[in-house]
Design a protein around this ligand. Structure first.
Ligand code: MOS
Length: 744
């Protein structure tokens, strides 16, 4: 069979190659090769690079929401100790593109579009000097004559259709709602979120003539190089980015941010390296946010609990000229049936920092609301919520008619239920009381689209019989180093200590980058294909067909013939570049990863405090490349889900739009005490349409619906249905049942 090595992935690769290999490293829960460096503090993160003669820059943020910069009084500050420059007239310091689609918005150097937007950079010999000077810098503003609203629900907010998506319409939803045996029409709110990556944004820029090198924290290097080149009007060939270790991104490092542009401009001007590190507060104030949403969900079901109508409409927000619109209904399109449909997103144009991708854009907030509404429907019908979901899985995607590539949702619901002990769940709320705590259980489905991004990777089988994998792919804590090494090790028959992986340098072949759960399947497929090409050459040298070649522990076998890889290479390195691009399989099949969440919570009968007591997630995302890193991704997602359900919320001051909770003390991500033992079940699955690896994305799957399970458990515990996330005490207390009443 000819190797389907064309760039475009047009035909599902059914050969299932990885399962035919002999090394046995793929899928194993192997440790990350870079783990020891990270836990011992010796992995070099962006701000930690030592560069001689490096100046330090500190961003100055606008303290008005909208207006123009009238004057920047730099003189006083320039006289302060150690200060070398104040940069204020560069538009791109104010609005870097942050990974939104399309061209960077046209810049007006004088405008301020949101509170906290960077307007200047102060550079000094030390960080402390730069910070002190930045705090002393006087800036005069003119307030905007016609400011855009601060709040997406303002009657003055301009409402637009997203530039990249149209509503999905089918049948007559209004009629279906009127005639349904059971109908749910509810409105939910979700707040804005911060990515809250552990490592703050930081860049060290230096120039060598007209060539710029950035050491920093980014997710998608090939894309980031282009953005930076655009910002500076230089050739992308003159930009190199190094990001071997990234302390989390969660979307906030998909695009370049202000500190990178500011550092590059300052370094050019001063002709020396410049480092700009954002403080935690600056990261919160200027780096993109997840949009808050208001979602209306309509569910119309017949007497048997089958959906005949499904509506999901959302209002999200962004700055007036930004393209991104939180794709709230992304998974609703394919998850459940209901021929009468209306799915729609609208964008309110407001003055808050750029809205963009944060931890599963679309599904994270869309699924948690849809799954809470499904629970409301199950309650209304009096049907087990798992049964309701199982009854509503379409054979083909509604309206579009596309088949599913693979879908382990039923298995996830059933195996998760079994392991969690769902049979002990009481259908009616307020049935279980443990001391001062109401106890309840909730379930929700998980779904997240599978995405492939064009990717390349270079693999070298060296004359000494070891292998080297090289791509600009980043590892943002996800396990890229581990899984890319495992793919090469499996394909070339090498134990892990014979495979080196070098990542995070934009001069290496461009991988997919890290984002949208696409890194592993995209760049992993490129690595696999490079290895296939190497196997072809080895087979030729061995005098056999590639599929007859057995590679294991550094030796090649065909029948009785046996040679070491070192001998087979004939003393020469074999170098191949593998490449993949999404093709027809992405049009022919609806591709998504699926799963199910089960949560048990306690709700305090007097205070309304919610504690998650235990949680189970069961997930099917095609082949598991590394059972440890994949499980960690799922765990992380479930932790985000707990945060989204109970604590996370960006709070903006209604008077001037400033972000009130701009640090980790006030913006509450779940901490250890908030997270109980989490159980993760990885389901066996292969999906040839999704990638030659037969794997789908897993990075963000663990959040997509998780908060819904928690909210449903809260209802099951105490009978309080909160339609505004997060479920804080103040929203629960007024509706709690009499705390002295005994369980019904
Ligand atoms: Mo992701 S939010 O696309 O990094």
């Amino acid at each position: 069979m000819a190797l389907p090595l064309a760039d475009l992935y047009n035909t599902p690769d059914e050969r299932n190659l990885l399962d035919t290999m002999k090394q046995g490293v793929i899928g194993k829960p192997l440790d990350r090769p870079e783990g020891p460096l990270k836990v011992s503090g010796t992995a070099t993160y962006s701000a930690e690079w030592k560069r001689s003669d490096c100046a330090e820059g500190f961003l100055v943020l606008a303290d008005i929401a909208q207006g123009t910069v009238k004057a920047i009084h730099a003189d006083k500050v320039l006289a302060m100790p150690g200060v070398v420059a104040v940069l204020s007239d560069e538009a791109m310091i104010r609005r870097s593109t942050q990974g939104t689609a399309g061209e960077a918005p046209a810049q007006d150097v004088h405008t301020v579009d949101y509170f906290g937007q960077p307007v200047a950079l102060v550079v000094a010999e030390t960080f402390e000097q730069a910070r002190e000077a930045a705090q002393a810098l006087e800036i005069e503003y003119d307030a905007a004559a016609e400011p855009v609203p601060l709040d997406p629900q303002s009657p003055d907010a301009k409402i637009e259709e997203p530039s990249d998506s149209k509503p999905v319409k089918g049948g007559d939803l209004d009629k279906a709602m009127r005639e349904a045996d059971y109908a749910i029409d509810v409105e939910y709110d979700t707040p804005g979120h911060a990515s809250a990556a552990m490592e703050p944004h930081a860049t060290i820029a230096e120039w060598d003539g007209d060539r710029l090198t950035l050491r920093g924290s980014y997710q998608m290097l090939a894309f980031n190089v282009k953005e930076m080149a655009d910002c500076l009007s230089i050739s992308p060939k003159h930009v190199r980015i190094l990001a071997p270790y990234v302390g989390g991104g969660f979307g906030s490092k998909l695009g370049i941010t202000h500190e990178a542009v500011a550092a590059a401009i300052a370094s050019k001007q001063l002709d020396r390296p410049v480092r700009v590190v954002m403080t935690r507060q600056q990261v919160f104030q200027t780096v993109m946010r997840r949009s808050e949403t208001r979602q209306r969900v309509r569910l119309a079901a017949d007497a048997a609990g089958k959906l005949v109508g499904l509506g999901h409409e959302a209002r999200v927000s962004n700055l007036p000229d930004e393209d991104f619109a939180e794709p709230v209904t992304q998974a609703t399109e394919f998850l459940y049936g209901g021929e009468n449909r209306l799915l729609k997103v609208e964008v309110a144009r407001i003055s808050r920092m750029t809205a963009g991708s944060v931890r599963a854009p679309g599904e994270a907030v869309g699924m948690q609301v849809l799954e809470a509404a499904m629970d409301e429907l199950a309650q209304k019908i009096g049907m087990d919520p798992i049964e309701l979901r199982k009854r509503n899985l379409p054979v083909k995607v509604p309206v579009e008619g596309t088949p599913y590539s693979s879908r382990k949702l039923v298995e996830a619901l059933e195996q998760g239920a079994e392991s969690f002990g769902w049979d002990k769940c009481k259908t009616e709320p307020c049935q279980t009381r443990n001391g001062d705590w109401w106890i309840g259980m909730g379930v929700a489905s998980a779904a997240r689209v599978n995405v492939m991004i064009p990717a390349k990777a270079r693999v070298t089988l060296k004359a000494d019989g070891t292998a080297l994998v090289e791509t600009d792919q980043t590892d943002i804590g996800t396990g890229s180093y581990a899984i890319l090494g495992q793919i090469a090790g499996e394909m070339l028959g090498l134990p892990m200590d014979k495979v080196d992986v070098v990542l995070g340098d934009s001069e290496l072949p461009p991988g997919a980058g890290s984002g949208g759960s696409f890194g592993a399947i995209s760049t992993g497929s490129a690595v696999m294909r490079a290895c296939e090409a190497i196997r072809d050459k080895l087979a030729k040298a061995m005098g056999c067909k590639a599929e007859e070649l057995e590679l294991q522990d550094g030796s090649a076998r065909h029948g009785d013939a046996r040679q070491s890889l070192g001998e087979l290479t004939g003393g020469k390195d074999i170098v191949e570049v593998g490449s993949i691009k999404p093709g027809k399989t992405f049009k022919d099949y609806s591709q998504a990863s699926y799963g199910a969440f089960f949560a048990e919570v306690g709700v305090h009968a007097f205070t309304g405090e919610v504690r998650v007591r235990r949680m189970t997630g069961a997930f099917g995302f095609g082949r598991v490349l590394n059972a440890k890193t994949a499980r960690s991704q799922c765990l992380g997602g479930m932790v985000w889900g707990i945060g989204s359900a109970l604590t996370e919320e960006l709070a903006f001051d209604v008077r001037d739009g400033h972000l009130v909770n701009h640090d980790l003390a006030e913006y509450h991500v779940p901490v250890h005490a908030d997270v109980p033992a989490l159980e993760v079940i990885l389901l066996e699955e292969r999906d040839a349409a999704a990638s030659p690896l037969q794997a789908k994305g897993v990075g963000e799957l663990g959040i997509c619906g998780a908060a819904g399970a928690v909210a449903n458990a809260v209802y099951n515990a105490c009978g309080v249905r909160v339609r505004s996330f997060p479920l804080t005490l103040d929203k629960i207390i007024p509706h709690l049942p009499d705390p002295f009443a005994s369980p019904a």
